[in-house]
Design a protein around this ligand. Structure first.
Ligand code: MV4
Length: 503
């Protein structure tokens, strides 16, 4: 490394803070953890070389408090700040505050964060870079009449999206002109409450897309490569459950096209560091730009396992001003990797968050099994943050081998004291459609439709998950929304859902 860091402050918590600490330790870089009062006993605090208290548990008073984080970095003599994902990772003002304090922000330039945070601006950059975008408006729609004209031109069904949104929050599907005005009103009000900006735009609604994203790495010297794709279609309410790389849908030619498009976008926006370009892909080889995530992603390990490259070390190197040092031809994908997110949520109670004390824990091992966890036996999962406990990632020479290995590893995972999503993950891994690679963004909803689950016969617990979910959805309109922590305040979805019935 040209000018490596001597100490890095990690402005995050949980498994991703642990992940960054591990990379730093291997590089001989000292680490500073930060923690809220709810995280005194957290694994990232125990693993870092030193730790600084931020404040009370609410994110606004701890992990989102820019001044406190910058002060902690200055006080400990850190020379760089890694934001992880969520919290302040995509906050341009935080990146600027770091720079103003003489700290290197381990992420892209503030201008790139800003441009990609504004979805209308991001679509413009993509169009200008000849990246296929979903047909839609080039500007936010100013009035109902303008929206109606635009929708006719785009063709129904259309999707209303918040200009400053992302990640699926504040979206509204409109199937017919008669529904448009009411949907616009709702979308604007949701966007205003969640993002502080009522601007919305329209896109053509793609019916059964797959969510495929491309990992890019860019240095500050004109070097840009992509590290292939991740298939992220297996999700529930915009929370991914299972991710894999490569994608069964992506041929070498499609990979070349999507990769080149992602690199063109990164170049056009002046990107430096690791970033992810999200696409919706059809089964016919078509793909359309959705948004760019200007951070390290939760699911980055599947890319690491198939490319053999440590993305956090790459981030640190690139932030220090290094050149990539290799080109696209040097990037090779080998074998197949799958990640399962293990959340402390009760799948038998409408996926209600299940914080509490982990009384016993046995984690899987064996060849090509990786457990990226933020917890330990005896640890109490606090209720203030998101429910992600751990990520289980496996590698195999091909998809079938990776699926078999993941099933085996999930079977070895024992968590006592809190409910987890492991039972649902087991069902997904055994599902005939999943095994055959028939994936779409509707996969989990379909799996959890009670009739389908009941038809699964011997898979009794799947029927139970589906039935309890249905009961919760009927009782409370919707099960509790995932907690908003881990997202920036302007990405939060406003108020939480109704409290589900107790069993
Ligand atoms: C769409 C779409 C269909 N058509 N846009 C959801 C997350 C956000 N980033 C965008 N999302 C979608 N945008 C158009 N024009 C369908 C989704 C979508 C989705 C996308 C990726 C993964 C899961 C999803 C689940 C439901 C809807």
């Amino acid at each position: 490394m040209s000018q490596s860091f001597s100490k890095v402050l990690i402005a995050n918590r949980g498994e991703i803070a642990v992940r960054v600490i591990r990379a730093c330790r291997e590089l001989g870089i000292a680490t500073v953890a930060v923690y809220s009062d709810a995280d005194r006993e957290s694994l990232h605090v125990m693993m870092a070389d030193e730790a600084v208290r931020l404040g009370p548990p609410p994110p606004a008073e701890s992990y989102l408090a820019i001044d406190g984080l910058v002060r902690a970095a200055r006080a400990t003599g850190a020379d760089a700040v890694h934001p992880g994902y969520g919290f302040l990772a995509e906050n341009a003002r935080f990146a600027e505050a770091c720079a103003a304090a003489g700290l290197v922000f381990v992420g892209p330039p503030p201008a790139a964060i800003r441009a990609m945070g504004d979805k209308v601006a991001a679509r413009r950059v993509a169009r200008e870079a000849r990246v296929p975008v979903v047909p839609g408006t080039e500007e936010p729609v100013a009035s109902d009449a303008e929206a109606a004209r635009a929708a006719e031109q785009i063709g129904y069904p259309v999707m209303i999206k918040a200009a400053m949104g992302g990640g699926g929050k504040g979206m509204r599907l409109v199937r017919a002109p008669a529904e448009l005005a009411a949907a616009l009103r709702m979308a604007r009000s949701e966007a205003g409450a969640a993002f502080g900006d009522v601007a919305v735009y329209l896109e053509r609604y793609l019916e059964e897309p797959r969510h495929i994203e491309v990992q890019v790495l860019a240095d500050g010297h004109g070097g840009i490569v992509h590290l292939g794709e991740r298939e992220c279609s297996i999700q529930r309410r915009h929370q991914k459950l299972v991710e894999e790389s490569p994608s069964v849908l992506v041929t070498p030619e499609l990979r070349r096209q999507m990769g080149a498009a992602a690199c063109r976008l990164a170049a056009a926006v002046g990107y430096v560091n690791a970033g992810t370009v999200e696409f919706l892909a059809g089964g016919d080889g078509s793909f359309h730009f959705l948004e760019m995530n200007t951070r390290l992603q939760v699911e980055h390990p599947v890319t690491e396992l198939v490319t053999g490259r440590d993305l956090v070390k790459e981030q640190l190197r690139l932030a220090a001003g290094d050149k990539l040092g290799y080109g696209q031809d040097d990037v090779v994908q080998h074998g197949w990797a799958i990640e399962c997110r293990i959340n402390a949520e009760d799948p038998f109670a409408g996926f209600v968050p299940a914080p509490g004390r982990i009384t016993a824990l046995r984690t899987p091992g064996g060849p090509w099994v990786r457990d990226d966890s933020g917890v330990y036996a005896g640890y109490t999962i606090p209720s203030f943050y998101d429910t992600l406990m751990a990520k289980l990632i496996v590698w195999g020479p091909d998809r079938d081998a990776a699926i078999a290995r993941m099933s085996r590893a999930l079977g070895e995972y024992h968590v006592a004291g809190v409910r987890t999503t492991i039972p649902l993950l087991q069902h997904i891994l055994r599902d005939p459609d999943f095994v055959a690679g028939r994936l779409s963004t509707h996969f989990v909803d379909r799996l959890l439709r009670s009739d389908r689950a009941e038809a699964a016969g011997r898979r009794r617990s799947l029927a139970l998950i589906a039935a309890t979910l249905q009961a919760y959805e009927q009782a409370g309109a919707r099960p509790p929304a995932p907690p908003a922590s881990g997202t920036s305040p302007w990405k939060q979805s406003g108020r939480p859902g109704p409290v589900p019935p107790r069993r």
